[in-house]
Design a protein around this ligand. Structure first.
Ligand code: XMP
Length: 323
């Protein structure tokens, strides 16, 4: 009979047997899958595992700290954090096209990860022979099934790493669905914010700025996003909403009035959606008073934003993200 306890015991035994006295590496993305996979492997082989977290500077407020502090505290995992913000910003300078952005972010991510990997391999100790991946059952079916999910957007998995034949894969979540992964994560004592994190794209806020990505714009979007998340959580809507992209229209300006002056600022778009699998989605009917609160706070607290708009498009025809 299926219990999270059984799944954990089974996987821990299997991983120990597989890895022996060798070492393993795992890339953390901040998401549920890689976190739970890493926690399971950590439970099995402890310090024989090293996790790598590439901070590309495109995460939301508090997310990097969540991995660096809370996840490490909960699991005791050995973590190497690479601060690559500058490198990503440089590579993204002057780029507005969404597909270009994805390609650049994906490419830089792989380069930075591979470098970190090389450093870990060069460290003293037994050989690194294993790579941990948070592949879920639907991913297995999807990639084996062929057709169907032709990529409309490139690079849906920045967290997915290059196939490296020198590594054997450890995929402890291969038989599990998302809700089961969350249960396992909970049982392993992972922070609530990680276990119940809503989907967030690998390219992060890089594809939520319509226009060029700059540090200044990222900081502004991070503030707006943090306010929206805070208010949606306070209203108890986290489980009703699949995800809520907050988008900065950096290339658009509109006239506003604040205090005794005219402003010429940027709009922020709220895109709360309900969905089962992200293939189709409907816009969430968030109560007006919650929307009002978010709007008031964002325009009051975020510099250069003088307008908040709500996206009322289903998918199709709109995608969930704006890029
Ligand atoms: P769309 O915008 O295509 O999004 O309706 C469907 C789901 O995929 C996420 N998404 C991405 N995830 N890399 C990712 O890892 C990407 O480039 C990417 N683009 C979209 C999106 O957040 C939604 O959950």
């Amino acid at each position: 009979n299926w219990t999270t306890g059984n799944v954990i015991d089974e996987q821990v035994a299997a991983i120990r047997e597989m890895v022996g006295d060798k070492r393993a590496i795992c890339g953390l993305s901040g998401g549920v899958d890689s976190a739970v996979a890493a926690a399971l492997v950590q439970k099995a082989i402890g310090s024989q595992l090293t996790c790598v977290y590439v901070d590309h500077g495109l995460m939301r407020k508090g997310e990097t700290e969540q991995v660096e502090k809370d996840f490490v505290a909960a699991t005791g995992v050995q973590l190497k954090v690479v601060d690559a913000e500058e490198r990503f910003l440089k590579a993204l300078a002057g780029v507005s096209d969404p597909e270009q952005k994805r390609k650049i972010i994906g490419r830089e991510f792989i380069r930075v990860f591979e470098q970190a990997q090389a450093e870990i391999i060069a460290d003293e100790g037994p050989a690194v022979e294993f790579l941990v991946q948070g592949t879920l059952y639907p991913d297995v079916v999807e990639s084996g099934g062929g057709s169907g999910t032709a990529n409309i957007k490139s690079h849906h998995n920045v967290g997915g790493l290059p196939e490296d034949l020198e590594f054997q894969l450890i995929e402890p979540l291969r038989k599990l669905f998302k809700d089961e992964v969350r249960m396992v994560g909970q049982e392993l004592g992972l922070p609530e914010e990680i276990v119940h994190r809503q989907p967030f794209p690998g390219p992060g806020l890089g594809i939520r700025i319509v226009g060029e990505v700059t540090k200044e714009r990222l900081d502004l979007l991070r503030e707006a996003d943090a306010i929206a998340r805070e208010e949606l959580t306070a209203a108890g809507l986290d489980r009703d909403i699949w995800q809520c992209p907050v988008v900065l229209l950096a290339d658009v300006r509109s006239v506003g009035v604040q205090g005794d002056g005219r402003t010429y600022g940027h709009p922020i778009v709220l895109r709360p959606v309900s969905s089962e699998d992200a293939m189709t989605a409907d816009w969430s009917r968030v109560p007006y008073d919650v929307l009002a609160k978010i709007s008031t706070r964002i325009t009051n607290e975020v510099r250069d934003v003088n307008r908040v708009v709500l996206d009322v498009t289903s998918k199709p025809p709109g995608t969930i993200e704006w890029e």
